[in-house]
Design a protein around this ligand. Structure first.
Ligand SMILES: N[C@@H](CCC(=O)N[C@@H](CS)C(=O)NCC(=O)O)C(=O)O
Ligand code: FES
Length: 158
């Protein structure tokens, strides 16, 4: 099933970044972002409230971009992580049947219902402009590295 068909049918509502981002992720970003796995999230299963589904997604994935396919700000944000060789998870809200409910939930969680809404290491870091600013200030990659540190610590104690 193609990702968008899955998204529309509600079986698998999250897809990875572009294929090449995935490739790069395996080489470098996977280690850097702690996202080398390919778990699919339960986001979109109707039994759970959108806020909880978002919480689960952002705690399972180092970088999560809530996006719309038609939005060039979103494309820019994806390109930023791609160019940093950081793997990321994208949730295309315009491909979700209840996308606007997720936008409402994001509003509750972040104070805005605009896209993109970007989370790193479980924390909201802002929209496209904020994220580019963090990158320019040299603060974005250290945030991503936090996921890796957390993950290697977990391994240590297993
Ligand atoms: N400064 C914000 C601008 C975000 C923004 O205005 N997003 C528009 C699309 S570009 C939006 O979400 N509009 C409402 C919607 O699509 O529901 C950012 O950089 O993320
Ligand atoms: S840039 Fe136009 S919808 Fe985001």
């Amino acid at each position: 099933m193609s990702w968008w068909r899955a998204a529309l049918s509600g079986t698998r509502l999250i897809r990875r970044g572009s294929g090449s981002a995935r490739q790069l992720g395996r080489a470098a970003g996977a280690a850097a972002s702690g996202m080398g796995n390919s778990t699919s999230s339960s986001l979109g299963t109707s039994a759970t409230a959108p806020v909880n589904q978002i919480q689960e997604t952002i705690s399972d994935n180092c970088v999560v971009i809530f996006s719309k396919t038609s939005c060039s700000y979103c494309t820019m944000a994806k390109k930023l992580f791609h160019d940093m060789n950081v793997n990321y998870k994208v949730v295309e809200l315009d491909m979700l049947e209840h996308g606007s409910q997720f936008q409402d939930a994001l509003y509750k969680m972040t104070g805005e219902r605009t896209v993109p809404r970007i989370f790193v290491n479980g924390t909201f870091i802002g929209g496209a402009t904020d994220t580019h600013r963090l990158h320019k200030e040299g603060k974005l990659l250290p945030l991503v590295h936090q996921c890796y540190l957390k993950k290697s610590k977990r391994k240590e104690f297993q």
